[in-house]
Write a protein that binds this ligand. Structure first.
Ligand SMILES: Cc1cc2nc3c(=O)[nH]c(=O)nc-3n(C[C@H](O)[C@H](O)[C@H](O)COP(=O)(O)OP(=O)(O)OC[C@H]3O[C@@H](n4cnc5c(N)ncnc54)[C@H](O)[C@@H]3O)c2cc1C
Length: 480
């Protein structure tokens, strides 16, 4: 499928390659879960598939690092919905990969059971568990009131605005002192889920996500084995950054940054929404307005991790350590990987503006920042022996962590992002109306794009068995 001259392609497709032996061809742009699941499905259906990937690795926002001597995930690490309905369950189950369930609750706000928290104030005193629980109940009540506020208003507003209205209507829900700080911590966890600040999250959309049953489970050995398995046998060209796609009546031409061109009958665009927003891939003819609007209006949040490996464990055996502060921006939390994996590792997580601010720091400064938060809790916390810092917001291959609904925008943006344009099919977490921002959402979007692509392309190709029977290439071209 690769050549440097477009005219050669036409030659190759119409002359050089026998119509009797050619099966439909598809270029998949991006080798994250969405791209790989699309490529896998299409290749299994006898399509000729080439995957073009800008990085020197596959996986995208799934990135298991082994430099500590054991796997840690810099991107996704949870399977949200540990159940057989999860589209990823068959492959994870087949591989026998262990999961560590951090919560049996399906809530977006409680991916950790309350009993597994240890929350501290800014002076390092542990917040009594009873208070943590009580504030948790108040937080749920506030969110119930937020829904009522939403039902009363036509116009959308942010979660922060809705909170203010609830507090003015029900002042008893407005907490003071330490309880206020704990409430801010709950808000900080909610912001983590959306990778965005409460003043940008849409009150109309925040609870519209479809949640699979079974709670939340950590991939103890990381996500890498899953993507590697799905990618086996695929033609993946690493270090191939796509800069242009041209749609023609009978196919697509995809150009990479070093000037190589690839032609195929169709393409699946499975790059992150942040990359589409940046305009670094040009589309000719340009994408229709409804599609471009969806790209512009859907939000991309930032969530980052600072992974700290210590000589030995000096913290309590809870799953989540938190620091409650006066504002959600000032709060922090660490995932205790020791509980799930046995390794002395804490993962500091930040979202929204805080994540953006931390990305401006060097790796060393970011690790010191995370250590400083830890030292609020444990005055004698030792320095880590190794650390890893993610930069999903500034990485040109992602330009954000995952999508979310911004205040005041239409609700059908993910669906518009997904809908094909001619022979271009779109996949990726942001195109998943049901499971946006997740690995299983990305995976199922790839399956969907592949299925639509097959229907569309096979519509143009008549499926006829060759004279030699199914052992030969089974697809014949009926047009051109
Ligand atoms: C810090 C963090 C934590 C997360 N935690 C979880 C979690 O616990 N559970 C969960 O379910 N989800 C989680 N997510 C979300 C999840 O990682 C994503 O939803 C999912 O991995 C996205 O997959 P994708 O295929 O849509 O995109 P990606 O994985 O980003 O794949 C897109 C691919 O396109 C490539 N690309 C970009 N530009 C070009 C170009 N011009 N040419 C060619 N290739 C290009 C990229 O390099 C990348 O490989 C997390 C994400 C982050 C960042």
């Amino acid at each position: 499928m690769e050549s440097r001259k477009n005219s050669d392609h036409r030659q190759m497709r119409r002359g050089g390659e026998s119509m009797k032996t050619r099966s439909p061809s598809v270029i998949v742009v991006g080798s994250g879960f969405a791209g790989i699941s699309a490529a896998r499905t299409l290749q299994d259906a006898s399509f000729q598939v080439t995957v073009l990937e800008s990085r020197d690795r596959i996986g995208g926002r799934v990135h298991t690092d082994y430099s500590f001597g054991f796997p840690v995930d810099l991107g996704a690490s949870w399977l949200h919905g540990v159940c057989k309905e999860n589209p990823l369950a068959p492959v994870i189950g087949r591989l026998g990969l262990p999961l560590y369930r951090t919560s049996g609750d399906n809530s977006v706000l409680y991916d950790h059971d309350l009993e597994s928290y240890a929350l501290f104030d800014m002076d390092g005193n542990q917040v009594p568990q009873e208070l943590v629980r009580e504030v948790g109940v108040t937080f749920k009540q506030i969110l119930e009131e937020v829904k009522k506020v939403r039902d009363e208003q036509d116009a959308d507003m942010s979660i922060s605005q809705a909170f203010s209205i609830v507090f003015s209507k029900k002042p008893e829900l407005k907490l003071e002192g330490l309880a206020h700080n704990v409430l801010q911590w709950y808000l900080c966890r909610m912001e983590g889920w959306f990778a965005a600040d409460a003043d940008t999250i849409s009150v109309q959309c925040w609870d519209q996500e479809e949640l699979l049953p079974g709670g939340h489970g950590l991939m103890v050995r990381g996500y890498r084995p899953v993507i590697n398995t799905l990618a086996k046998g695929l033609d993946i060209r690493l270090n191939h950054r796509v800069t242009k796609t041209v749609r023609q009546y009978n196919g697509v031409i995809v150009t990479t940054e070093d000037g190589k061109t690839f032609v195929a009958d169709a393409a699946v665009i499975a790059v992150p929404l942040g990359v589409l927003k940046s305009g670094t891939i040009t589309f000719e003819p340009k994408l229709p307005d409804w599609k471009q609007e969806a790209i512009n209006q859907l939000g991309v949040g930032i969530m980052n991790k600072i992974i700290l490996r210590f000589e030995k464990v000096f913290w309590p055996q809870v799953e989540l350590l938190g620091v409650a502060a006066e504002t959600s921006y000032g709060c922090s939390y660490f995932l205790n990987l020791h509980k799930a994996t046995g390794h002395p590792v804490l993962v500091y997580m930040s979202a929204g503006q805080l994540a953006r601010d931390i990305e401006k720091m060097s790796d060393e400064a970011a690790a010191s920042f995370a250590l400083m938060q830890l030292q609020r809790i444990f005055h004698n916390a030792m320095a880590p022996v190794q650390y890893l810092v993610s930069r999903w917001g500034s990485d040109v291959n992602s330009l954000g962590s995952y999508s979310y609904d911004v205040v005041g925008k239409p609700h059908d943006l993910s669906e518009r992002l997904r809908v094909p344009v001619d022979n271009l099919f779109f996949a990726g977490e942001a195109t998943s109306s049901s499971f946006a921002g997740s690995v299983h959402g990305a995976y199922s979007s790839g399956l969907m794009a592949a299925e639509e692509c097959m229907i569309r392309v096979l519509d143009l190709f008549q499926l006829v068995m060759g004279e030699e029977g199914p052992a030969s290439v089974p697809l014949l071209i009926s047009r051109l």
